[in-house]
Design a protein around this ligand. Structure first.
Ligand code: AMP
Ligand code: MG
Length: 331
């Protein structure tokens, strides 16, 4: 059992000593280390079994730290920070030499965010360093939204700061600042592209070019996966057998002969509530010995639905694209 509790001073001391601390944020639990200490960051990669090509996000508690991390941060970076921080927006821009290469997987850019969670902010402030923190799970597996999820996956970390269930339950929106007029959305999240575009009408927010390219090495097609087959449906599946569980984002009329366990993520069909419960539901079903397969009915890819479907498609990818991958590997 890993040591856990609410002692941020103890946790901050561990961070300064180069140790690993999992902590809550408003998105998901993070696995933190001193972001300016290459050895400490190496232990994060090791604990998560994360490939070294997948860069980490640095977490800060004050915008004063931006100039430590970014080389001559542009005005738009401060404007984005002003508008959305603390909050679920990660900003990518050219880094300084102070940020070790291991943090950014050798890229010339670094990713930064200020999380909106009192425990996270306290930890970062008391650590007095930027805290490098990917999600506190084993690479490729389900993201952790509760302390229990961290305990199940990471057995070798030094401390877990407990903070209950995370509020949003979905990872931050990642944007990359290209120039004064162009920003690329590398990963959809709770701050939607519509919101960004409405708040910054003079900027062009673009998507897409990062998908398979080296600018976003972490944007893999398969990620966030349960260890059981997950299948996505456009409509309610016609067969609902007892070995499957069905995840729904809003209520449906379930046929009376359906055998599947039904997990309704929001009784009122509230997308924010459903998104916040999504990873928790996948974790429970992954651990449910009665269930062999998980079905989910897709939602519309608009607003927060874009981020939700991004995670669901990646979670389902290896179960629906086995033959494609096989061909690519064989070729
Ligand atoms: P995680 O913290 O596990 O949600 O993963 C963080 C993600 O941030 C990575 O998988 C990358 O996709 C992204 N990221 C971090 N640093 C950079 C960077 N310098 N350029 C582009 N993407 C980045
Ligand atoms: Mg992750």
């Amino acid at each position: 059992m890993i040591k856990s509790g609410k002692d941020t001073i103890f946790a901050a001391k561990l961070i300064r000593e180069g140790k690993l601390v999992a902590f809550p944020t408003e998105t998901v639990y993070g696995l933190g280390a001193n972001g300016l200490d290459a050895n400490a960051v190496a232990s994060v990669f090791e604990a998560k079994k994360r490939p070294s090509f997948d860069p980490l996000i640095l977490h800060i508690s004050s915008t004063d730290d931006l100039s430590v991390i970014f080389k001559k941060p542009a005005d738009i970076i401060y404007q984005l920070a002003d508008k959305y921080w603390p909050g679920p927006l990660t900003i990518v821009a050219k880094k300084t030499a102070k940020v070790p290469d291991i943090v950014t997987a050798g890229l010339e850019t670094a990713a930064v965010r200020m999380p909106n969670h009192p425990v996270a902010l306290k930890l970062i402030r008391q650590s007095k360093v930027p805290v490098a923190a990917p999600s506190a799970n084993i690479f490729g597996r389900l993201s952790p939204t509760k302390p229990q999820h961290v305990k199940e996956q990471l057995k070798t970390i030094d401390y877990l700061l407990e903070g209950g269930k995370t509020d949003l339950g979905i990872e931050s929106t990642i944007v990359s600042v290209k120039d004064a007029k162009t920003i690329e959305v590398l990963r959809p999240g709770a701050i939607t592209i519509d919101t960004l575009q409405k708040d910054f009408p003079h900027i062009d927010f673009i998507t897409g070019s990062g998908g398979d390219s080296l600018t976003a090495p972490g944007q893999l097609k398969s990620h966030y996966s349960p260890r059981k087959p997950l299948y996505l449906y456009d409509e309610l599946p016609s067969e609902l057998p007892s070995y499957a569980a069905l995840i729904l984002f809003k209520p449906y009329n379930i046929p009376s002969d359906a055998q599947s366990k039904v997990v309704l993520l929001s009784k009122t069909g509230d997308i924010k509530e459903a998104a916040s419960n999504m990873f928790g539901a996948l974790h429970s079903l992954e651990g449910d010995s009665e269930i062999e397969q998980i079905y989910a009915v897709k939602i519309k890819e608009e607003g927060l639905g874009i981020a939700v479907m991004d995670r669901l498609k990646k979670a389902a990818y290896r179960f629906t694209n086995f033959y494609n991958d096989h061909e690519i590997e064989a070729g």
